[in-house]
Structure formats: C-alpha cells, structure tokens
Design a protein around this ligand. Structure first.
Ligand SMILES: C[S@@+](CC[C@H](N)C(=O)[O-])C[C@H]1O[C@@H](n2cnc3c(N)ncnc32)[C@H](O)[C@@H]1O
Length: 270
C-alpha cells in the first residue's frame, strides 16, 4: 500500500502538561529523541519524583507511570504479553464478532483504519487476522507507547509479520478526510471512543483506568463519526457498551453483538 507524506494537524496535547520524560542524564539520547517527537520535557531527579505522569524505560520498554494513585500503575504496549497472545490464540478467529464487524471474511482483507488507536489491542487483532491496519491516535503520549510497542513487536520473530502490517500515526481522526496519510482511502474505519467513566464500569482494566484519568473526555463524538463516514469507502464500525446509546449523528444501518459489546455499523461514503 503506498503512503503519501502525512499532512497532519497537530494532535491534541492538552493533557500533556502533566507528563514528563525521565532522562537518566543530560546525554540520554533516547529521552532527547522522544522529547523532539512529543514536545514533552526531559527531567531528572526531584522533577521526576513530583511529576504526575512520567514516561521512562524499563528493560527497553517505554512505560507510562501514573503517580496520581497510591498503587503502582505502569502501562506499556506489549503485543507478546499473555492477554494479547491469549486473544490471538483463543479469540475466535474470523468468527469473532469484532472480525465480522470489520468484514474480515475468508481471503477478503479490507484495509482498516483504527481511528481511535489507544494501546493498539483491537488493531493488533485485525492485523493478526491478516488485515493491513493504519492506526490514528491523537494523544502523543499514547502514540509514543504504541510506536514503542510496535518497534519491539517488529523485532520479535513471533510478532514481526503481524506488526509489519500495522502503521501508527499521531493524528486527530476528526480532521479526516483531509489528513488521511495513504493514497487510497480505507475500506473500513473502526472507532472505539473512551466510554464515560461510571460506577458500573469502574472495574475497567488498569491501563484503561490510567488512560481515562490522563486523557481529556471525548466531547466530539459526532464530529468523529461524521469524519469517519466521509472517509471510509465501505463501512464505519463503532464499538459501544452493549446497552449504551449509539453515538450522536447519523443512524446506524445495523449492529453485531457480543456478550458485553455492541458494534454499530454505518455505511461509508468516502
Ligand atoms: C478506548 S481507547 C481505544 C482502545 C483501543 N481500541 C485498544 O484496543 O487499545 C480510545 C482512544 O482513542 C483516542 N482518540 C479519541 N478521539 C480521537 C480522535 N479524534 N482521533 C484520534 N484518536 C482519538 C484516545 O486518545 C484514546 O487513546
């Protein structure tokens, strides 16, 4: 698939005032390179101790440390860890509701854009099933974690072929179709906007709880859906909690259910 030179609007960075990069010393080139690509400050010593969120490397993994809670709360992207591997082996292949929602069928492999990339778990499932995936993620902090996870996955013999099918960009999906980075528009755009945090879903996985605390609450769901519909050539899929109302905007043309989740389907007009 050919790619054109991306012409992105700067993704949202509101939340980054609370995030620092922990540098081991002033010559820490890895930290300096991350600072260049994210515009986040590199700090040392006491400034690390007082930061609310800190990006640091542990055994070659880029980790986001959430220091706003008393529990140890580190998140990183690791496609070879148990949960992801379990999902790969036992997730149900092409028969699983997620695969049916994005229309992966037999040898039919649509180009999928994951327009709300997050930590890349759903995108990795699409790539595991053989699809080419373009991820857009507007948080530069989350994108940095994702890019680091993909770098390690490309270097690992078990995950390399899958990770080669994924490309991640720091970009705001609401700015589509103008900022679409490839020459050909995607057949499918998949959206998984953050659910509002309620008592009922407070048991969200640790990583997702940290993202819920760190990231601004999504208030532009209508714009997100409209931008996706005007870009995808075949279908837009929106992941929702089973009983939640659909996103505001156009009416969906169908849905696919799984025990806890509903995938709302919209016709693409790209
Ligand atoms: C619930 S998480 C997605 C989780 C993801 N499906 C996974 O499997 O890890 C939502 C993500 O969407 C991102 N996001 C929200 N609105 C966006 C937008 N307009 N453009 C790009 N990313 C967006 C947020 O920054 C957040 O990382």
């Amino acid at each position: 698939m050919s790619r054109k030179v991306p012409n992105f609007q700067q993704p949202t960075t509101d939340h980054t005032a609370d995030v620092v990069i922990a540098g081991s010393d002033e010559n820490d080139t890895r930290a300096q390179q991350l600072a260049l690509s994210t515009n986040l400050p590199v700090v040392q010593g006491d400034a690390i101790a007082t930061a609310r969120y800190c990006l640091l490397w542990i055994n070659d993994k880029l980790v986001l440390r959430d220091k706003t809670t008393s529990q140890i709360n580190d998140i990183c992207v690791d496609f070879s860890e148990g949960r992801q591997r379990h999902r790969q082996q036992f997730g149900g292949g092409q028969g699983q509701p997620l695969a049916r929602a994005v229309n992966i069928k037999g040898s039919h492999q649509p180009h999928i854009c994951d327009g709300t990339g997050g930590l890349g778990a759903d995108a990795y499932v699409f790539a595991t099933l053989g699809a080419e995936v373009t991820i857009l993620e507007r948080s530069i902090v989350v994108h940095a974690l994702l890019a680091d996870g993909l770098r390690r996955a490309r270097d690992h013999p078990e995950t390399s072929a899958i990770a080669q099918r994924i490309t991640a960009y720091p970009a705001d999906t609401c700015k589509l179709p103008d900022s679409w980075p490839c020459n050909t528009k995607p057949a499918i755009i998949y959206l998984d906007p953050m659910y509002p945090r309620t008592r009922k879903n407070a048991a969200a996985k640790k990583g997702m709880q940290t993202l819920q605390r760190l990231l601004p609450h999504d208030t532009d769901e209508r714009a997100l859906l409209n931008a996706a519909i005007s870009t995808a050539t075949q279908r837009v899929v929106v992941k929702r909690p089973l009983k939640a109302s659909p996103l505001p905007g156009p009416t969906c043309v169908g849905f696919i259910r799984s025990p806890n989740t509903r995938y709302d389907l919209y016709r693409g007009r790209g």
